[in-house]
Design a protein around this ligand. Structure first.
Ligand code: SAH
Ligand code: SF4
Ligand code: F3S
Length: 447
């Protein structure tokens, strides 16, 4: 029996993470084992993200680094999937002559034929057709359950919002939701296999089922998933502020397994820029939602995404963003300098802010947020918090890791038998991306 191996790298958001899980299943079905070493692989696959131009450029650079492997082993199959593949399509095959096949975001389920054609040396493959909404509703991946403690479950694919800067609706297509019965069935089967934490995912989960005329709202789906026996924790990502309903906000006060963390991307703090982005809310409306969330659940922690240097952003607009960060007190933000993306509305706008000014604004914003974030992290030292133990820590040394309800990673020494359980952990030191903790005796967790 010949052994063959694939090497898979995943970039981008939770949607790609879920797609990669499906790719792994398909490749295993073809007899491939997974390897962490590209140089040992018979098949190298990149699942790519095109949200910013830099991410896209990196893919080409990365493919270049595999060229020597391909020269050494002519049987090596090199392939690209994901959003760059969807967006670039045939251009990719032209630019990278040693690439075997390219497949888009709607064709993950057809990976097996592409691999088999490549194995049989039937020529280079290209599959980037868009499927219609009905076809895509049939294609929500029904994945094999695994023993992992924390799993993503897709409930919405694609996006209909067309924010002026964003490429996602073009690479992922129109929004489609999965029937709630199917979602509940998948969660049940994951729990049966030992999953403790479920994260419901979509680009905008708040509009779940609206188009489909689904009988239940996202808030109701959340309640039903929450009530499934055996589930320990529940999260969801991402929420669009314009669709964050009162009912959903109340869930943070009433559902005890729902983690006290919400990622609520604001993008900008100036009404003028929010309008130009087509976000559908004003800064006051956003800040009101924040206040409402804190009223429903005083311990909730919020995180956000912010774009700096959107076309037309002036100093005053930018100051408004800083002001919003001070008021909203996010625990963390993911900030980006605007990147014009081909085909989007914002790519057509006049953008006369010099790059150095954008960089300076970006640095100022980072400095402000770092101060806010550091305060949260320092304030948490000494607290005893419930942590869901997920597995061995990347830091090694026999440590385990888990996350707090706020989604903060904690590393600590403990027996592996705790994996899958929520245990009280005292935070003893704040590091940049995680805390160090010690497990407390049972029954002393505070929140
Ligand atoms: N669906 C999510 C966002 C997904 S993309 C939402 O609506 O919030 C993740 C983040 O990338 C966005 O929130 C935005 O901050 C950033 N982003 C998207 N397009 C961008 C662009 N063209 N330039 C810079 N940042 C961008
Ligand atoms: Fe992009 Fe806006 Fe859709 Fe988010 S809601 S994926 S930012 S278009
Ligand atoms: Fe990137 Fe595609 Fe997600 S562009 S952010 S991987 S939907």
């Amino acid at each position: 029996m010949t052994e063959k191996y694939f090497y898979l790298e995943t970039f981008g958001c939770q949607m790609n993470v879920v797609d990669s899980e499906q790719m792994v299943e398909i490749l295993q079905g073809l007899g491939y084992g997974q390897t962490d070493a590209a140089e040992n692989a018979d098949l190298i696959l990149l699942n790519t993200c095109s949200i910013r131009a830099k991410a896209e450029r990196k893919v080409y650079g990365h493919l270049g680094s595999f060229k020597p492997l391909k020269e050494r082993n002519p049987n090596l199959i090199l392939a690209v999937g994901g959003c760059v593949a969807q967006h670039e399509g045939e251009r990719m095959l032209k630019k990278v002559p040693y690439l075997d096949f390219v497949f888009g975001t709607h064709n993950v389920h057809r990976l097996a034929e592409l691999v088999q054609n490549a194995e049989a040396k039937l020529g280079r493959g290209l599959l980037v057709d868009f499927l219609d909404e009905e076809q895509r509703r049939q294609l929500f991946p029904a994945r094999r359950p695994s023993r992992e403690i924390s799993r993503f479950v897709t409930i919405v694919q694609g996006c209909d919002n067309f924010c002026a800067y964003c490429i996602v609706p073009y690479v992922r297509g129109r929004e489609v939701s999965r029937p709630s019965a199917e979602v509940l069935a998948e969660v049940r089967s994951l729990i049966d296999q030992g999953t403790a934490e479920i994260t419901l995912v979509g680009q905008n989960v708040n509009s779940f089922g609206v188009k489909e005329g689904e009988e239940i709202s996202f808030a109701e789906l959340l309640r039903q998933v929450h009530d499934l026996p055996g589930l320990q924790r529940l999260r969801f990502i991402t929420s669009h502020p314009k669709d964050l309903s009162d009912d959903l906000i109340e869930c943070f006060g009433s559902l005890d397994k729902l983690c006290k963390h919400l990622h609520l991307p604001v993008q900008a703090g100036s009404d003028r820029i929010l309008e130009a982005m087509g976000r559908g809310y004003s800064r006051d409306q956003y800040l009101n939602k924040v206040e409402q969330l804190r009223r429903a659940c005083p311990e909730i922690r919020l995180t956000s995404d912010v774009i700096v240097g959107f076309p037309g952003e002036d100093e005053d607009d930018f100051e408004q963003t800083l002001d919003l960060l001070r008021r909203a007190q996010f625990a963390e933000i993911y900030s980006f300098i605007f990147s014009p993306r081909e085909g989007t509305a914002a790519a057509e706008l006049t953008d006369d802010t010099p790059a150095e000014i954008k960089q300076q604004r970006f640095d100022r914003m980072l400095a402000l947020q770092e101060e806010i974030t550091r305060r949260f992290h320092e304030e948490d030292v000494g607290k005893v918090l419930p942590v869901l133990v997920e597995g061995e820590s990347r830091q090694g040394g026999g440590q385990l890791f888990g996350r707090t309800s706020w989604n903060r990673i904690v590393n600590f020494k403990a027996d592996a038998s705790l994996v899958g359980r929520i245990v009280p952990v005292r935070l003893i030191e704040a590091q940049r991306n995680s805390h160090i903790g010690v497990v407390e005796s049972e029954g002393s967790a505070a929140s």
